[in-house]
Design a protein around this ligand. Structure first.
Ligand code: AMP
Length: 114
């Protein structure tokens, strides 16, 4: 997608602090962190939102989730704990229309979320 911010980051056209670059996924630090550690994991292929996933996207989503969990481990978050969040739609807080998993760690998280 030409005008997608995260596609531009994936293409190297916009700078980001990249912490993972694999065949199908990219992870980079959030510009406006909501926790001491706040990373976004995205598929390199453009998918606008969770609700757009189809049945044959299951391997891609499984891969994304697996890489998020490995990244949490590699960034030393296992002991402190961490939260994975996907906002789907404006009301849920989605502001960038390219599927992303928020990986947050380094402070207590409350439930229910805000
Ligand atoms: P969401 O509101 O769930 O769509 O999350 C979008 C996230 O992208 C927010 O946490 C923003 O702070 C973050 N963000 C926006 N622009 C950038 C950027 N250029 N680099 C890194 N993170 C960004």
């Amino acid at each position: 997608m030409n005008d997608c911010l995260f596609c531009k980051i994936a293409a190297g056209q916009i700078p980001a602090e990249i912490v993972l670059d694999s065949r199908d996924a990219l992870a980079f630090r959030d510009l406006d962190p909501q926790a001491p550690q706040h990373v976004l994991i995205i598929p390199k292929r453009h998918i606008s939102r969770l609700a757009d996933l189809r049945g044959d996207d299951a391997p891609a989503v499984g891969s994304l989730m697996t890489q998020a969990v490995k990244l949490a481990h590699d960034l030393g978050m296992d002991e402190a704990g961490y939260r994975l969040v996907i906002n789907n739609g404006e009301t849920a807080g989605q502001s960038v229309w390219h599927l992303h998993i928020h990986l947050l760690s380094g402070r207590p998280f409350h439930w229910p979320p805000g």
